[in-house]
Ligand binder design. Sequence first.
Ligand SMILES: [Zn+2]
Length: 391
Amino acid sequence: MAIPGVPLFPVTVVGSWPRPPYLLRALRQHQSGQLSAKEFNVQADKAVLECLKYQDDAGVDIVSDGEQRRDNFYSFVVEKLDGAKLMSLAELMNHVEDKAAFDQILRSQDAPAFAIHNTTVVGKVKRRQSLALDEYQFLRKHTDKPIKVALPGPYLLTRSMWVKGVSDAAYPTMESLATELVQILRQELIELRDAGVAFVQFDEPVLTDVMFRPDVKERTFMCASMAASSGNPQQEMVWAVQLMNAVTRGVDGIQTGVHVCRGNWSRKEEALLSGSYEPMVMYLLTMNVDQLVLEYATLRAGEMAAFGRFPRIREMGLGVVNPRSDDVERPETVVAKVKEALKYFHPDQIYLNPDCGFGTFAERPMNPADVAFHKLQTIATAAKQLRKAYA
Ligand SMILES: [Zn+2]
């Protein structure tokens, strides 16, 4: 459904924002038990308001809380669920059969193993509290704008949380865990809608990993997929679609989207995946969501002609700036990108956003806040020009 009150070519974000140093410090202290949740939230509240101000000043129409309370885009669920635990990659290493190969993958992908923790299922998973309602409620008190909340998608959560040798005592198969997680995400979606969230975006970046590297058996963190896939990309995509549709089926009255990118943990372009969305488009379009939030600023994403055979079926959350580069794009570049998208989408189907968040992992922001701010400003300037041209 369309979000009431937003202009044509709404400007929005993908979710995360770089954490200020005081927040990062507080996060680590909180994780090691030196800081209570209440004390941590005082710092996080402050950071969320700073992040909101950046978005307001830049001209963002649909705002997020910058995921300031989260360690990364998926592991935060550990605080909200029973039966899940943060395990460092070093700890998980003990459960990986081919340790040398695992280590090699981490190094070749520029992954800071020491910094990354994986949310791992260690028992029966139960929702202790809502995953993101607290984030939303705080932001709601401080803005009248529509709010977007990002949640990890059901496929990503299943693949990341199920670790053989650790999770199989509670859930013998990944599929059995998936059934549980789908119910949790569905309940979450309904609660967020009832609370007034305008837009829920499910993050499924792992799908590019599935599609572009079917031969890799042990996977890593962006990927957020500790468990091996079947090695059959088509089968995995069909499963990902089924899980998403089980989450969203029949839930109306809220804008939904799926975000798929090629990784956002390194500024080394060669460490990230490359490839067109082309082989994924037919699957993404059968997901029961309103919008595909895709990266198109990076050349690694290929051509928008991937939608040539299936135009105007879904809305497009068009990635128009690269969160990982120093250079701030020019509004003309963004306008040109949108003109290209208009070959495949109606004007009112196009939302404008960066390719991904600016701070997917708390430890590894892709840009400082001032650069991120200027990039959002560029998008807003381009949106104004486009509104004049296409009103
Ligand atoms: Zn992303």
